[in-house]
Design a protein around this ligand. Structure first.
Ligand SMILES: [Cu+2]
Length: 334
């Protein structure tokens, strides 16, 4: 009986130290949403269970190795033990209850993360290789940054233009796949003002790793100010062809693949593109004029730029007027 008592105490002491160590390791990022609370609660209980089970295995094992080791001169067999009904019942029933408790806790925190606020702010999210686009339907705003007000539930209605992507802001904890052909929903109530990042958490192609966008949780005043600035930008842009063209490239996520500053991304940069000489994969050199750009947008595979084949750009069925606006915008990039 003495052994059981010593091992029992050691297991508890070891479990406590393991838990303190794991907790101090700070394995979770900042907690920045109401939904994160119940997930972190669940996580904490998991750490407790992990610490206890770890000690329950390691302590008796090490204890036996040391205390029951073969001493000098001992040559006989160990004691032969067969079956122990109470022990077998105990190790069936106790884990059963633990698993049931974990199932209940999991269901509870899932319910908490899905709690619906009927007044949630709706934002439409478009995911495509390799950019996120955020539309605010109430205001007619399109942005590559997601701005949301603190302490208000936001409902993201997410659609994919191509493959499966996944919306993930670690500080919010909740993650949701964005699946082509349907609208998936994601609810979040940010609780901490700050700058975060959404990253795509589903391998979606060559530039998957760069599919990130800023997520900014604003105070209510900052949020209103941002909305009105964006409304002004949208109103200004609507006045000129190049402004409309710029908005179209944001709305269609072109800048997930094309840079404006000369740097190489998945696609060629747009800096100094208009009027330049473009080398094609088939050896020809063409001038980047209106016809070439229009063809590149409507049927990207028709002309493959050297170094960028095979083309990953999808065809965009834009109207002639839209293409003319994009061309007007490209002309300004020098
Ligand atoms: Cu993606």
């Amino acid at each position: 009986m003495g052994h059981f008592l010593v091992v029992g105490i050691l297991v508890i002491v070891m479990a406590v130290f393991t838990y303190i160590g794991l907790d101090a390791a700070g394995l979770m990022p900042l907690q920045a949403s109401a939904q994160a609370v119940s997930i972190d609660w669940l996580w904490n209980w998991q750490l407790i269970a992990i610490s206890f089970l770890f000690s329950l295995i390691v302590v008796p094992m090490v204890y036996s190795l040391i205390v029951f080791r073969r001493r000098k001169g001992e040559t006989g067999d160990g004691e032969h033990i067969e079956g122990n009904t109470p022990l077998e019942i105990a190790w069936t029933v106790i884990p059963l209850f633990i698993v049931l408790a974990l199932a209940y806790m999991g269901a509870y925190s899932l319910g908490e993360t899905r709690r619906v606020d009927p007044n949630a702010l709706v934002i439409e999210v478009k995911a495509r290789q390799f950019a996120w686009t955020f539309e605010y339907p109430e205001y007619g705003i399109v942005s590559n940054e997601l701005h949301i007000p603190v302490n208000k539930q936001v409902l993201l209605k997410m659609e994919s233009a191509d493959v499966i992507h996944s919306f993930w802001v670690p500080e919010f904890r909740v993650k949701q796949d964005v699946v082509p052909g349907r609208v998936t929903e994601y609810r979040i109530t940010p609780t901490l003002i700050g700058s975060y990042k959404v990253r795509c958490a589903e391998l979606c192609g060559s530039s998957h790793a760069y599919m990130e966008s800023p997520v900014i949780v604003d105070s209510n005043t900052d949020y209103t100010a941002w909305i009105s600035t964006q409304e002004k930008i949208a109103a200004e842009a609507a006045k000129t062809p190049e402004g409309q063209g710029e908005r179209l490239t944001v709305r269609n996520g072109c800048i997930g693949c094309h840079s404006l500053d000369g740097s190489r991304m998945t696609g060629p940069t747009w800096f100094n593109l208009y009027g330049s000489q473009v080398k094609l994969e088939d050896g020809r050199t063409v001038t980047a004029d209106d016809a070439f750009i229009a063809e590149s947008i409507l049927d990207p595979k028709a002309t493959e730029v050297e170094g960028f084949a095979p083309t990953v750009m999808p065809p965009y069925p834009l109207t002639d007027a839209e293409i003319a606006n994009i061309i007007a915008y490209l002309k300004t990039l020098k």
